[in-house]
Design a protein around this ligand. Structure first.
Ligand SMILES: [Zn+2]
Length: 388
């Protein structure tokens, strides 16, 4: 069963062969979807026939968003913490530990239902590929459980036992790193593709982060790093040195950090939802792009510091606050997100790619930044299946 989507006013392909710029925008376009893949891309007037036909009526189509950084296996609620922070009140009830306690207490079914709800919420906003980290269990069994549950929803699963030191190890962080690089890794590696660490003052220092990432890599997991979010630190340099797929946050960078990213294959993944939700200064995307670094955008969706699943919101903030052009931001949320996950089958509209498509209720992808907060999703296909 093939489907012709025609009458596309503006098609973002992320393939320079089809049009100017990194977005490869093609006007007056059509796409044929067959067997879950893109079978044809070109001018609508030249489109081949198909079994089914959808008229985009002049609206824009782009690749489904690739959200390469999210924390969605959790239970509980931190509304009070957010409300206190935004009301200028001190909040001392435990932050991430609140989520760890609630997650440990939840049943498998509760965690699975919660995750399914957020993956569905993201899908309805155009996200067709989503990464998902553990990190709210912090015991061997709870971390392995989180990854097992995540793996049922996405292949992009990340072992983040090194999110924070587990409360039981508050007085023995070295012992916790031994656990993370030993028995916990043994239990988690079969369910994970990636290994991640929160390399930050108050979490894990450079030596600890190196130990976590190299142990994971020895088990076949590819590194990605929470780096330089709250201050300067060794995270970005470590990510580049170890060939990590991405260094995430990148809010506080030295010139040497920027140069290291620009000279590497490591993607700088910026997560403006976190700065938005904590009233922190935004990362400087312009500086990274001008230096030649690859910049991706992701939600960092989590209940503490960035509870949004909206890639469109991140695009709008990146354009308004981080010096990105609308084209750069849309590219970052699709093609570069795919690169951050080392995927070539998603994040672009090209023959052979997975048929992940977002039809906007707008004539151009620029509306994602031009009309912030407006629900613009008209239809979503994931692997050729119409989901919205
Ligand atoms: Zn994160």
């Amino acid at each position: 069963m093939s489907t012709l989507i025609t009458g596309i006013g503006s098609l973002v392909t992320n393939d320079p062969a089809h049009g100017p710029g990194p977005l490869g925008v093609l006007a007056g376009a059509a796409v044929v979807v067959d067997g879950g893949r893109i079978a044809w891309v070109g001018p609508a007037a030249a489109a081949p026939p198909a079994d089914d036909r959808v008229d985009a009526a002049g609206r824009a189509v782009l690749p489904g968003f690739v959200d390469s950084h999210a924390h969605l296996v959790f239970a509980g609620d931190r509304t009070a913490e957010f409300n206190a922070r935004m009301s200028g009140r001190a909040y001392t009830a435990g932050g991430i530990r609140t989520t760890v306690a609630a997650t440990r207490a939840a049943t498998d079914a509760e965690l699975d239902a919660n995750l399914a709800r957020f993956v569905g919420e993201a899908l309805r906003q155009g996200t067709t590929t989503i990464e998902c980290k553990s990190g709210y269990g912090l015991t061997v069994d709870d971390e392995a459980r989180a990854l097992r549950i995540a793996a049922a929803h996405t292949p992009e699963t990340t072992y983040l036992g090194a999110h924070v030191v587990a409360p039981e190890y508050a007085d023995d962080p070295a012992g916790y790193v031994d656990l993370v690089t030993g028995p916990m890794l043994d239990a988690c590696a079969p369910h994970a593709r990636w290994v991640d660490v929160f390399c930050e003052r108050g979490a894990f220092d450079g030596d600890q982060a190196r130990a976590v990432l190299t142990a994971g890599a020895a088990r076949g997991l590819v590194p990605r790093v929470h780096a330089n979010q709250l201050g300067h630190g060794p995270g970005v340099q470590l990510a580049v040195e170890l060939g990590a797929a991405s260094a995430d946050h990148c809010t506080h960078l030295t010139d040497a950090d920027v140069a290291a990213l620009a000279g590497s294959e490591t993607v700088a993944t910026l997560l403006p939802g976190a700065e938005f939700s904590t009233r922190a200064p935004y990362p400087d995307a312009r500086r990274l792009l001008d230096a030649g670094a690859a910049v991706a955008l992701s939600t960092d969706c989590n209940p503490g510091s960035s509870f949004t699943s909206s890639m469109a919101f991140c695009i709008a903030v990146a354009v308004r606050e981080m010096g990105m052009t609308p084209d750069e931001a849309v590219h970052a949320a699709t093609a570069v997100g795919a690169r951050a996950l080392r995927r070539t089958d998603v994040g672009r509209v090209a023959v052979g790619a997975r048929a992940d498509l977002l039809l906007l209720d707008a004539p151009s992808h620029v509306h994602l930044a031009y009309r912030p907060g407006v629900p613009l999703t008209a239809a979503v296909w994931r692997a050729g299946v119409r989901e919205v």
